[in-house]
Design a protein. Structure first.
Length: 185
């Protein structure tokens, strides 16, 4: 039986986007809420802030949103979720839940103590990045068994997702006997 929720006052959901190209994730989150009866502007209000690929902006954005006392924070990456979790801890507002997506290692990032029990109000969806990187290289070697070198372009060092992605790509390339040519832009 579906719970009728249109009679309650609007809930406030803060959305932190670190990587704007993952907007489809935010759209999917909103669509899922809509499917459950949460109508934007009727019984839920979204405030979306984007760091536009600049990791240094995440703390200020998270602090600003936590100060507005949202009912929930949605983060489109683990880095955005970590900024939200740190802002919540600093403000002593540990009751605010966080839902994250596109996270590769919530335990390593400090979002969770374990997969069984996060130890906080954060939960979300993870991507197995090392597995994905290995599958990409495996696919390339199947398409072209004679492949010897693979080029990879990356934009910055210090972004935890990109650092992990690059490390996984290096490890996978070695396991397939490939030379990885790295190009930093």
């Amino acid at each position: 039986q579906r719970k009728e929720i249109n009679h309650i006052s609007p809930g406030k959901i803060a959305i932190i986007e670190y990587l704007p190209f993952l907007g489809a994730t935010t759209g999917g989150f909103k669509k899922g809420l809509d499917d459950l009866g949460y109508r934007e502007g009727i019984n839920v209000v979204f405030e979306v802030k984007s760091a536009n690929f600049i990791i240094e902006k995440l703390d200020a954005i998270a602090t600003d949103l936590v100060d507005k006392n949202p009912d929930l924070i949605f983060a489109n990456t683990g880095e955005a979720a970590l900024a939200a979790l740190n802002a919540i801890r600093r403000a002593g507002k540990n009751h605010i839940p966080i839902v994250y997506a596109n996270t590769f290692d919530p335990i390593g990032l400090g979002l969770a103590q374990s997969f069984k029990s996060p130890g906080n109000n954060a939960t979300g969806v993870i991507n197995d990045l090392p597995l994905l990187q290995g599958k990409r290289l495996e696919f390339m070697t199947r398409i072209n068994p004679g492949i010897k070198k693979v080029g990879i372009v990356f934009s910055r060092v210090g972004d935890p997702f990109q650092d992990a992605s690059l490390a996984a790509m290096r490890e996978s390339a070695a396991s397939f006997g490939l030379v990885l040519k790295e190009y930093k832009i």
